[in-house]
Design a protein around this ligand. Structure first.
Ligand code: 2NL
Length: 341
């Protein structure tokens, strides 16, 4: 009997339990009603009376050993169960789809502008956001004492020699003119910076698209037709344009461009201040002095240039009333552009 108990004890210690099936097999083999331990208890009948006490103690020890191994294995298996059953998950359910973000309205409009001008042969140019005085001011015919050159209007990164955050994207056109000879037909979308207090109508950082077209015999009529093409493509076939005389240091003559108000179609409303017209940007024939400073012969070539604010175009197109919405990243605002492609 003693040897039998020893043998079963050894078997219990050696039994491999690595999954729930093996655990159950162990329980049935040793702890079940017809298991080895129950068998041994049955054998007590044949044990002489004087040995019964000792054998009884040994059998109880064996029972305890089996229980301990069982408990320990069960605990271990439960711990390793990271899966479905433990987390109460059903892996057969269909997945929750990833939610996609939306493109920013300014990106949507910028891309639309690029497509519109692309269709009439304009390519896209880019340049640095930190510029020197030459490309931002001097090459563009800004006089020495122009207010834009003051600290209160422009962010300077360094003084003497001056480096600054570009105040317009014309800087890139200067670089293009310096490095290429006509024909030049390019637009320049990009971020610009001005030292302004942030409000519903102004920001210290915003986006522009400027464009230049330089070749032989480029006229003001070409400029008008180009702007008209843009206005109709961007705001609709019925859109009319109007030019008002204006001034920019780098163009002569210069004009501001209005389109018929999108809200009232020219009838007069709050948006257009009852004039029927809203401004979308400015333009003009490139000043011969600007051409010369970039080594393009103004006697041989002529060209036009235009500029507009992407925020302004976006606000007009989507009737957005506060400029700050563009930089607040409020998903309730951004989600409204989900369907625009
Ligand atoms: C506006 C008006 C304008 C230009 C930008 C330009 C660039 C070169 C030479 C000449 Cl390199 N002109 N750009 C010309 C006229 C107007 O912008 O209202 N922008 C938001």
């Amino acid at each position: 009997m003693k040897e039998k108990i020893e043998q079963v004890a050894q078997d219990i210690r050696a039994f491999v339990i690595e999954d729930t099936a093996q655990l159950e097999a162990f329980r049935i083999a040793y702890m079940g009603r017809k298991g080895h331990i129950a068998d041994l208890f049955d054998g007590m009948k044949t044990v002489p009376n004087e040995e019964k006490k000792l054998v009884g103690q040994q059998l109880n020890g064996l029972k305890q050993l089996a229980q301990e191994r069982f408990d320990e294995a069960q605990e271990k298996l439960a711990g390793s169960q990271t899966s479905a059953a433990k987390l109460n998950l059903d892996f057969t359910l269909p997945p929750v789809p990833n939610t996609l973000g939306t493109r920013h309205p300014l990106s949507l409009v910028r891309e639309e502008i690029i497509r519109i001008f692309g269709r009439i042969g304009f390519n896209v140019s880019e340049g640095p956001e930190i510029e020197d005085d030459w490309h931002n001011f001097t090459a563009l015919n800004f006089p020495e004492n122009h207010p834009a050159r003051e600290m209160q209007d422009t962010f300077f990164v360094q003084k003497n020699p001056d480096f600054l955050l570009r105040t317009h994207t014309s800087t890139v056109q200067v670089r293009i003119m310096e490095n290429n000879q006509p024909p030049i037909r390019t637009i320049m979308p990009g971020r610009v910076f001005r030292n302004e207090a942030i409000s519903a109508r102004a920001h210290c950082m915003f986006h522009q698209v400027e464009g230049i077209f330089i070749d032989e015999n480029v006229s003001f009529a070409d400029l008008k037709q180009t702007i008209y093409h843009f206005a109709k493509e961007m705001f609709g076939e019925k859109t009319q344009i109007r030019f008002r005389p204006s001034f920019f240091p780098f163009t002569e003559p210069s004009a501001e461009v209005d389109i018929t108000c999108l809200i009232c179609k020219g009838e007069g409303c709050n948006i257009c201040k009852h004039s029927g017209w809203v401004e979308i940007g400015g333009c003009g024939m490139i000043d011969p002095a600007v051409m010369e400073s970039s080594k393009i012969d103004p006697d041989k070539y002529s060209g036009f240039a235009f500029g507009m604010g992407i925020e302004r175009i976006t606000m007009l197109k989507y009737q957005i009333k506060d400029l700050r919405l563009f930089t607040e990243n409020d998903v309730r605002f951004l989600k409204q552009f989900e369907s625009v492609v």
